[in-house]
Design a protein around this ligand. Structure first.
Ligand SMILES: [Zn+2]
Length: 115
């Protein structure tokens, strides 16, 4: 499955065919920092769209790597977990804050230490 590796510092993204299960780190060719791997569906904002990048950063810091997030997660008595409706990722910081709060149970823990 295709992924994008994104440098949040340089605001650039590359399409990559990678094994997302590997622990390999892909350094940015410009700044050398580890690039963040995001699913192919992530659409990077333009370099000049500060607000959108701020939102992307915020979501990632809180464990939302543009993985699927579900609007409804229901645990049935039988123990089966039912996931319904993909939530749409927000594009501004105000919506992002609500999103993070609402879906915090579905946040992912970041694999690499950041600073
Ligand atoms: Zn970079």
């Amino acid at each position: 499955m295709g992924h994008k590796s994104v440098c949040l510092e340089c605001r650039k993204s590359l399409n990559r065919e990678i094994d997302s299960n590997s622990e390999r780190i892909y350094p940015c060719s410009e700044c050398g920092k580890p690039m963040t791997l995001l699913p192919h569906r992530f659409k990077p904002p333009k370099k000049t769209e500060d607000k959108k990048w701020e939102t992307v950063n915020f979501l990632i810091e809180h464990g939302f790597y543009y993985q699927h997030v579900y609007e409804n997660v229901e645990v049935k008595k039988s123990g089966i977990i039912v996931y319904e409706n993909y939530a749409k990722y927000p594009e501004n910081i105000k919506d992002a804050k609500e999103f993070v709060e609402k879906y915090k149970d579905q946040a992912r823990i970041y694999k690499y230490k950041t600073g």
